[in-house]
Design a protein around this ligand. Structure first.
Ligand SMILES: O=C(O)C[C@@](O)(CF)CCOP(=O)(O)OP(=O)(O)O
Length: 324
């Protein structure tokens, strides 16, 4: 009983930032992302009676500790849903330059969910697979689909209506993303810890939640119309509101380093010069820049010249989960 699946990471344009339920990962707000072609995980899962415990291999190295525990607990969910008690060997290869500030957990859990359910003999709908993936890592549930996907927060407390739905396929719009990798490697607050502290202590948090419905309807309109200015403005403002909540947390924190802000200013300067570009930032110092294909050369050159920038990784819209 073996299967292999491939899933891409995604970049949130409307951020998931807060849980209303930590144990089954239910969010406080809906979010929307673009699946990216450049970064992906390939995972094979083999369930067999020969195994006396789960085994997790990542990029040809045996994984133990917290990362192993999260994978083994996720396999428990798959075993439970299938009514089986077989152990498994999980073999994953990440084409996600973890340093690029992309949540490799997004492509990782989406590929694991797809390969694991297939291997154990469960044929799930995309929504069921997304709801399962959500319990591994929230943002991963959006990677089931290619192109633009919305993770509907749902209202049920058992999470049965909290999963991602497709908004537009990758072919709908060739929107490009440049990941600006900074050389700074200072320890950061994880997205899980960062959103928990913010939800629990930031006086700005309710303001963040209040702004989501309008942001979401605006950005979906912009995607439908392929209106780059509208999508870019909403995404950039949404990211700034998310990060504003961390400044009000107790204790306060920010993910931004000095080079983060230099990149943000450079993107604003590009707009001043008539080159449309917008930034978004997740739970780390790295910046992702949205741009249009015709400006790829000037965008890459400008970003690469910023002191403190280690690398630029370009990406196009990517496909949803596939079985190999
Ligand atoms: O991707 C986004 O919507 C925005 C973020 O990347 C941060 F900016 C959150 C990602 O959180 P995730 O790693 O999915 O958390 P988990 O559910 O605790 O595993």
């Amino acid at each position: 009983m073996k299967a292999t699946a491939k899933a891409h990471t995604n970049i949130a344009l409307i951020k998931y930032w807060g849980k209303r339920n930590e144990s089954i990962i239910l969010p406080t707000n809906s979010s929307l992302s673009l699946t990216l072609d450049g970064f992906y995980t390939t995972t094979s899962v083999h369930f067999s009676e020969e195994y006396t415990q789960d085994k997790f291999i990542l990029n040809e190295r045996v994984v133990e500790g917290e990362q192993y525990r999260r994978v083994s607990e996720f396999l428990d969910l798959i075993r439970q849903q299938a009514g089986k008690s077989l152990y498994a060997k999980v073999d994953s290869t990440n084409e996600v330059p973890t340093a690029a500030g992309f949540a490799s957990s997004a492509s990782g859990f989406a590929a694991l969910a797809a390969a694991g359910t297939k291997a154990i003999g469960q044929n799930m709908s995309d929504r069921e697979l997304s709801a399962l993936t959500r319990q591994g890592s929230g943002s991963a549930c959006r990677s089931i689909y290619g192109g633009f996907a919305e993770w509907e927060m749902g209202a049920e407390e058992d999470g049965s209506d909290s999963y991602a739905v497709p908004i537009a396929p990758a072919e709908h719009w060739d929107l490009r993303v440049a990941a600006v990798v900074l050389s700074s490697t200072a320890k950061k607050v994880s997205s899980r810890a960062g959103m928990k502290r913010t939800v629990e202590t930031s006086p700005f948090y309710q303001g963040w939640l209040n702004s989501i419905p309008t942001d979401m309807s605006q950005i979906k309109e912009g995607i439908k119309e392929r209106d780059f200015q509208k999508v870019g403005e909403v995404a950039e403002a949404n990211c700034l509101k998310m990060h504003a909540t961390t400044l009000g947390a107790n204790p306060p924190f920010t993910y931004w380093h000095d080079t983060t802000m230099t990149v943000m200013q450079t993107v604003r300067d590009l707009r001043e010069k008539g080159i449309p570009a917008y930034f978004t930032i997740d739970a780390g110092p790295n910046v992702k820049v949205l741009y249009l294909p015709e400006n790829e050369e000037v965008i890459e050159k400008t970003l690469r010249n910023i002191p403190g920038v280690a690398d630029i990784r370009l990406s196009r819209p990517g496909q949803g989960v596939t079985y190999l």
